[in-house]
Design a binder for this molecule. Structure first.
Ligand SMILES: Nc1ncnc2c1ncn2[C@@H]1O[C@H](COP(=O)(O)OP(=O)(O)OP(=O)(O)O)[C@@H](O)[C@H]1O
Ligand SMILES: [Mg+2]
Length: 363
């Protein structure tokens, strides 16, 4: 088990700042995920920790020891990549044994450790097979066994599930999580899939353009997004940009008065609300003192069994999508009806329109 410290890491490629002052602390035994869109710097950061990239500046420490000057092969790190990267001409057992043979371990020890690693990924019966005789999910489990068999200080995984179909992705995602927990190995995991990140991680680091937007637990990132980018990237969010809150300008009923202390001095905010965080009511519905309201007309209702989605065209505003859990039949026949969306203040996210930063003290 080892703590990982990344200190002020910068990396520039021609025309792009791939990593912009990355400063992170990853706890011992933690499952830590780098999440962000394509090109945000996830792989570059992982490769910096692995030693395949040299950063322009900054430090990498593992268990207190500085490793950023060390060649990759001397770092005690397990790696799992997107394209399995297992040797096609070697059996499963030989693939897993490879790292231990390279390290010159005795035969008996290698045999025992390989058997244990294959059992861990539920491939104990497949040691003699060749990779092409395995499914994609099984090949990726060979990759996983090969990474952990050397008992690395830390485990790095770069989109290990992205070549698998949806069902296998979910299955293997759970396997990876269970394996990581049982070994207690500090893990840095890369994905651009926000749901995967929420499910698998102890903490998530959301990145964009080489920068860290937020580090937090899945709950924090989902329920308290630090920036408008995080709010929009993680989960589905309705965004009303540049909402005027000055006199006469408030689209949301009650916005100006109820948020006066927070909004002091601003005449414009960006409001965001999750689909599942509001209720759809009739236009005569009273607005509770701890809520805002948005009026509009139902544009479309999509029924999906246990849930339905309302698309509401706001008066003088954008369309808003509302999620209704276990919809009643009468609610489904309301296309064209005027409705009032009730938004509890505790669920409303406000952002500074210029900086995109969260305005605190809403809840
Ligand atoms: N060897 C390189 N030479 C030049 N530019 C590079 C190189 N490697 C990465 N980049 C650039 O650095 C930025 C970050 O790339 P990186 O591969 O780290 O992104 P990523 O978050 O892993 O994206 P993806 O989700 O597509 O894998 C991108 O703009 C990319 O084009
Ligand atoms: Mg990448």
């Amino acid at each position: 088990m080892a703590r990982v410290e990344l200190r002020h890491i910068n990396k520039r490629y021609p025309g792009v700042q791939a990593l912009d002052d990355i400063d992170l602390d990853i706890e011992s035994g933690e499952f830590f995920t780098l999440l962000g869109p394509s090109g945000c710097g996830k792989t570059t950061l992982l490769r910096t920790v692995a030693g395949f990239n040299r950063q322009d500046s900054g430090e990498v420490r593992v268990a207190g020891e500085r490793i950023d000057g060390m060649p990759a092969y001397r770092r005690n790190i397990g790696l799992v990549f997107q394209d399995y990267a297992i040797f096609p001409h070697m059996t499963v057992g030989d693939n897993v044994a490879f790292g231990l043979r390279n390290r010159g371990r005795p035969r008996q020890e290698i045999a025992e450790r390989v058997a244990r690693a294959l059992d861990l990924v539920r491939l104990g019966a497949h040691a003699a097979r060749l990779p092409h005789q395995l499914s994609g999910g099984q090949q990726q489990r060979v990759g996983l066994a090969r990474a952990v068999v050397i008992e690395p200080q830390i485990l790095l995984m770069d989109e290990p599930l992205s070549n698998l179909d949806a069902k296998l992705r979910i299955e293997l995602r759970d396997d990876i999580r269970d394996l990581q927990r049982s070994l207690g190995i500090t893990t840095i995991y890369v994905t651009h899939d926000q749901e995967e990140a929420l499910v698998i991680s102890d903490r998530i680091c959301v990145m964009q353009g080489g920068r860290v937007h937020q580090v937090g637990t899945p709950w924090e990132v989902y329920a308290r997004p630090a920036t408008l980018f995080v709010a929009s990237f993680v989960g589905a969010m309705n965004v009303i940009a540049d909402l005027r809150v000055g006199a006469g300008g408030a689209l949301a009923l009650g916005l100006a008065s109820r948020l006066a202390p927070v909004l002091a001095g601003r005449d414009c905010v960006t409001l965001a609300i999750r689909l599942e965080d509001m209720t759809v009511a009739g236009t005569s519905e009273d607005v509770p003192s701890d809520a805002l309201a948005l009026d509009g007309a139902v544009d479309k209702v999509t029924f999906a069994g246990r849930e339905a989605f309302y698309r509401v065209q706001l008066d003088d505003g954008p369309q808003i999508l509302a999620h209704v859990h276990r919809p009643e039949r009468r609610l489904l026949e309301r296309t064209g009806a005027r409705v009032r969306l009730i938004l509890p203040l505790a669920n409303v996210h406000l952002f500074d329109p210029a900086l995109g930063r969260r305005i605190e003290a809403v809840s």
